[in-house]
Design a protein around this ligand. Structure first.
Ligand SMILES: Cc1cc2nc3c(=O)[nH]c(=O)nc-3n(C[C@H](O)[C@H](O)[C@H](O)COP(=O)(O)O)c2cc1C
Length: 140
């Protein structure tokens, strides 16, 4: 199998875990202060893993100032951490793809509202951990 195809299957495992966990926690940095909050959006578009937020939020301002983030989710004895950089994709089709994947967001957001924004993970390292097995590391 081609390496990219393998990478995508592994990224799908990360997306699936985040969706099944329902809530994950997104950590950013603000100066020397860590910030963390619950998030839920996780969506693969054109082979990249995206999250969604609003430009008006502090979390957005923090990501633009320093794109290094980490997310953590926990489900059924396994926890997942994904560390990497977020890159904004300012294309309308990227925003719309996210909104199509999360119809509930359409009450608050639209692709052209000037607030909705989507970021994809770059140079991401995902680690699945549990107390009973060796860590599984996925890079994408
Ligand atoms: C379960 C859950 C999922 C959430 N998912 C998102 C999300 O995907 N994107 C988002 O921008 N806010 C989401 N929120 C809201 C943020 O947690 C909230 O706006 C937070 O205050 C943003 O961080 P900030 O205050 O540092 O800007 C979610 C909240 C909850 C409770």
């Amino acid at each position: 199998m081609h390496d990219n195809a393998k990478g995508e299957i592994k990224m799908e495992k990360v997306e699936k875990f985040l969706k099944e966990a329902g809530t994950y926690y997104l950590a950013t940095v603000e100066g020397d202060q860590p910030r963390v909050r619950p998030f839920g959006t996780a969506h693969i578009f054109e082979g990249k893993l995206y999250i969604q937020t609003g430009k008006v939020k502090d979390v957005s301002k923090q990501i633009h100032a320093n794109p290094k983030v980490e997310v953590c989710a926990f489900k059924e004895g396994t926890w997942l951490r994904v560390a990497g950089e977020l890159v904004e994709d300012d294309r309308r089709e990227a925003r719309q793809s996210m909104l199509d994947a999360y119809p509930s967001l359409q009450k608050m957001y639209s692709a052209d509202d000037g607030n909705t924004e989507v970021f994809y993970f770059k140079d991401a390292t995902a680690v699945f951990s549990s107390f009973t097995s060796e860590p599984e590391i996925i890079k994408f």
